[in-house]
Design a protein around this ligand. Structure first.
Ligand SMILES: Nc1ncnc2c1ncn2[C@@H]1O[C@H](COP(=O)(O)OP(=O)(O)OP(=O)(O)O)[C@@H](O)[C@H]1O
Ligand SMILES: [Mg+2]
Length: 519
């Protein structure tokens, strides 16, 4: 911040201990010692307040005795602090503070620890939009450094948004070893082991406090201080950024315990898609639903300029929710007991993308190849120009596996035949349009594969999209006619009910009058 206007704005937030109540200290106000009445010597340090801060008019000449009246005017009598201690408490390092877009445009968010010259104690999530923008700028700057146009280079590196601090600092600033917390048994009740992968074991647990069920993933080996630490943190970074979508497994928290990485996620009660298709393939309708949901999730991930890079049935999870079937419930006004579970509830199945261990940024890819059965050729050849299409390829193969093409080859001629666009034999017949869509998803040329957003619009997944306007208009007028007839029937039924009720009332009145007369 610079300039007195913004300084005064911040003044409102400063309490009588000299602390900024917003949690931020502004570092940029430089003072001229001549204006400071309490100091015998002109103060020229960067870390002192302006005279305006104490709201004292600038004296005409330097005075060595404290202006007690003015000090009293500061209303410090209920505080043990003197203006000097305020100044001392508020003093800041003489070196300029980091300017980072991650903390906003102003040189703010000064953790008090930093002010005390302790190293920063929070990681920088490389997948947040701000960090991605930074890495984009950084790579642009580095590119321009390599270019002969030095003039542009200088402009880029002096860009106020990209400081030396930003460029030099690694994203990982907190060592897992230093942040071990014994939370697992204290906060969670372990129910059962629900899955095991290359990275870790996943347990179904109940949180002792909120009583809800979670999936807790623990790394098999201690990762803190090992080469796997970066990979473990990668999954946490990705989850933290991508945890807000219906078709991505929700993330709650992560911590290190006994040097193992632990991630608390949403529990998907339907298990993995791999488990579901282990015995029988998906029906055509279920296959469409799965493709729609996974495409929604991928579209979201790609819109955040990230890619998953390990899409496969083992990393797609199923959530099954029971919702009251309002149609059945309405039709039977008093007879819930007469209905069995299947009539009373609808099961809502949602497919969610999980296991974000391989997620990377499209702009600054750090590719760690996923399962080779779902890997497209271009990734094997380290061509990362169409990374989001690698996810589409893996999704196409996942669909084929769900249609009965599994188990998929890990290598050999069959592996290559698929990468040449050949569809392996399926155990069920798919409609032509659905097969065409899946075929386009595994096209050898990534540019020919549809984007996730295009898959969502495809007629094979939305039967209504393939209908012509005339067809839709015809269907609409037929529905309107049906609706009108139903309204008429409803009115007639209501009239009948009313007349029956009236007859009953009259009958009761007659009975009552009879009994009165007899009495
Ligand atoms: N949120 C969840 N809800 C239910 N089950 C889950 C959940 N997360 C994981 N699982 C189960 O645990 C298994 C392993 O999980 P996950 O894929 O996250 O681990 P991994 O070690 O990263 O696996 P990989 O070998 O693919 O790297 C899954 O296949 C699934 O059966
Ligand atoms: Mg997995």
């Amino acid at each position: 911040m610079s300039g007195s206007t913004s300084f005064q704005e911040d003044f409102r937030d400063v309490d009588n201990e000299g602390n900024n109540s917003s949690g931020c200290l502004d570092m940029s106000f430089e003072t001229s010692g001549e204006n400071f009445p309490l100091s015998p010597q002109p103060i020229r340090r960067k870390d002192t307040f302006r005279t305006e801060f104490l709201r004292l008019p600038a004296p005409k000449k330097l005075t060595f005795s404290p202006p007690y009246k003015r000090v009293r005017a500061l209303r410090l009598f209920d505080s043990p602090l003197t203006p000097k201690t305020i100044i001392e408490k508020s003093s800041v390092p003489t070196t300029p503070l980091p300017r980072s877009r991650l903390f906003g445009d102003r040189p703010v968010a000064v953790p008090s620890a930093y002010a005390e010259r302790i190293k920063p104690t929070a990681n920088v999530n490389p997948f947040t939009p701000d960090a991605q923008l930074l890495s984009k700028k950084r790579s642009r700057s580095l590119r321009s450094l390599e270019s002969p146009n030095l003039k542009i280079t200088r402009v880029d590196l002096n860009d106020s948004d990209v400081s030396d601090y930003d460029i030099e600092q690694p994203t990982k600033r907190v060592a897992l070893q230093e942040s071990n917390i014994p939370r697992y048994h204290r906060e969670f009740l372990e129910i059962e082991l629900i899955g095991k992968g290359e990275f870790g074991s996943v347990f179904k647990c109940v949180n002792r406090l909120d009583g809800c069920v979670y999936a807790i993933k623990k790394s098999t080996k201690p990762v803190a201080g090992s080469v796997s630490e970066k990979t473990a943190l990668n999954e946490v970074y990705a989850h933290a950024v991508l945890g807000k979508h219906q078709h991505v497994v929700r993330y709650y928290s992560a911590w290190a315990e006994d040097n193992h990485m632990i991630i608390q996620n949403e529990f998907c009660n339907g298990g993995s898609l791999a488990d579901k298709i282990a015995n029988e393939p998906l029906s055509a309708m279920e296959l469409r639903r799965m493709l729609l949901h996974v495409a929604e999730g991928l579209n979201y991930i790609h819109s955040e300029e990230l890619v998953h890079l390990d899409i496969k049935p083992g990393n797609i999870f199923i959530s099954i929710e029971k919702k009251i079937n309002t149609r059945t419930a309405d039709a039977t006004d008093d007879g819930f007991e007469d209905l069995d579970e299947t009539q009373l509830y609808d099961e809502v199945v949602t497919y969610k993308i999980g296991d974000l261990g391989h997620v990377t940024s499209i702009n600054n890819p750090q590719v760690e190849e996923g399962d080779c059965r779902y890997l497209p050729n271009e990734i094997l050849h380290e061509d990362y120009t169409h990374l989001h299409k690698a996810d589409v390829f893996a999704m196409g193969l996942t669909a084929l596996e769900c249609a009965g093409a599994g188990p998929l080859p890990k290598n050999g001629p069959k592996w290559h035949a698929i990468r040449e666009g050949q569809i392996p034999p399926l155990s069920q017949k798919l409609t032509k349009d659905l097969l065409e869509l899946i075929k386009s998803m595994i096209h050898p040329n990534p540019t020919q594969r549809p984007k996730a957003s295009q898959i969502l619009q495809h007629g094979a997944l939305n039967p209504d999209c393939s209908k012509s306007k005339a067809d839709l208009t015809r269907e609409l007028s037929a529905e309107k006619l049906r609706n009108e007839m139903l309204v008429k029937q409803l009115k007639l039924a209501a009239m009948c009910m009313k007349s029956i009720q009236n007859t009953r009332i009259i009958g009761k009145q007659v009975n009552r009058s009879v009994s009165t007369t007899s009495f």
